[in-house]
Design a protein around this ligand. Structure first.
Ligand SMILES: [Zn+2]
Length: 346
């Protein structure tokens, strides 16, 4: 007997989990289904029940479910009464890559999972080791099968770090391999699918939003490298791009932020003590939930993410009486430097 999921948010989360489970099954080299992973079958069952209850035509099977997830935007699911996320462009499955989209990963709570995975991994390291491990993972989405030995010879301080994080890397899944190689996006450095001629650029990358016309210049042999866990690629390495570039620009202007705990920084902004964290997300409503849990007062995102719709959805999703500023990296650097220049003139 299947117990129906009554809450609409829960149903979208279950469908997203079903999509991720199917992709993980295939990434681990699992046999071609059926039988489908439990989460996938359960998502289908729940959606069929929902459709019957609502007098709608249900999906005919898992392939049909994946077809819906590839075609339907989150706003369309919401209009059907499922999920309540009115994001007008994001879909659960990316049509080009045929894998869970960033939005899908956010909906399944993979960002929180990435935080927990990292915290468990570095639990035995001291504060300097934690910072080094974080920086290592942000800079090394792929690691050579043997190269970490060279790295350890080159920088003996990294031995403890590399040993601690080694288990977070896994063999490259087949879906990311073309002609024996894994292409890395020239912009975000995450896995990509190269155009037929790699000099013509990419047709997709995990960040989803990078320019497509930059030639692929880095495509190691898939058997020579291991790949960082997908949750850490999206929720540690990807925001690491805006984090590192912002910190460097602030450092150049003489502004130093102190790293308070994993991923958050403290500093002065317009004369007020603030707690920052750098994010890179597609779903503003889900981000609002996380910044509250992270207890930050300023969330910093790449400028190209922060359009009017994103800001409005973020503000509408914050609990009442919560004041959290959403700043782009450009705005943060500008506000810090303008304030300091004004102080210097006094
Ligand atoms: Zn990219």
């Amino acid at each position: 007997m299947i117990e129906p999921t009554t809450d609409a948010t829960g149903l979208l989360t279950q469908i997203a989990r079903g999509v991720v489970a199917l992709s993980e099954h295939s990434d681990r080299g699992g046999s071609t289904p059926p039988p489908y992973p439990h989460e996938t079958q359960s998502a289908l069952d729940q959606l069929v029940l929902w459709a019957l209850r609502e007098n709608r035509i249900p999906p005919t099977g898992v392939p049909d479910l994946v077809y819906w997830c590839t075609g339907w935007t989150l706003a369309r699911w919401a209009a059907m009464g499922i999920g309540g996320i009115t994001e007008p462009t994001q879909r659960l499955v990316h049509g080009v890559a045929r894998s869970p989209s960033r939005a899908c990963m956010e909906i399944t709570g993979q960002a929180e999972f990435a935080d927990r995975l990292f915290a468990t991994t570095v639990a035995e390291l001291d504060a300097a080791g934690v910072a080094r491990a974080r920086s290592f993972l942000q800079r090394n989405v792929v690691m050579s099968n043997t190269g970490h030995r060279d790295l350890m010879n080159f920088d003996p301080r990294s031995i403890a770090v590399v040993k601690a994080v080694r288990h977070l890397y896994e063999p490259v899944p087949t879906r990311l391999i073309s002609a024996g190689e894994i292409a890395l996006c020239p912009t975000c450095r995450l896995p990509a699918l190269a155009a037929e001629l790699p000099e013509h650029g990419t047709i997709w990358c995990e960040a989803e939003v990078c320019p497509r016309d930059k030639p692929v210049t880095d495509s190691p042999r898939a058997t020579d490298v291991i790949l960082l866990h997908r949750a850490l690629r999206l929720f540690l390495a990807l925001p690491g791009l805006v984090e590192q570039s912002c910190l460097e620009r602030l450092r150049d202007t003489g502004t130093l932020l102190s790293q308070r705990a994993t991923g958050t920084y403290t500093g002065l902004l317009d004369g007020t003590d603030v707690v920052f964290r750098f994010y890179d997300r597609t779903c503003a409503t889900l981000l609002a939930g996380q910044v509250v849990r992270d207890q930050v007062t300023v969330a910093v995102l790449p400028a190209n993410t922060l359009d009017h719709g994103f800001r409005r959805a973020f503000e509408n999703s914050l609990p009442e009486d919560t004041e959290i500023s959403l700043l782009s990296d450009e705005e943060l650097v500008l506000r810090k430097t303008t304030k300091e220049k004004a102080d210097a003139k006094r």
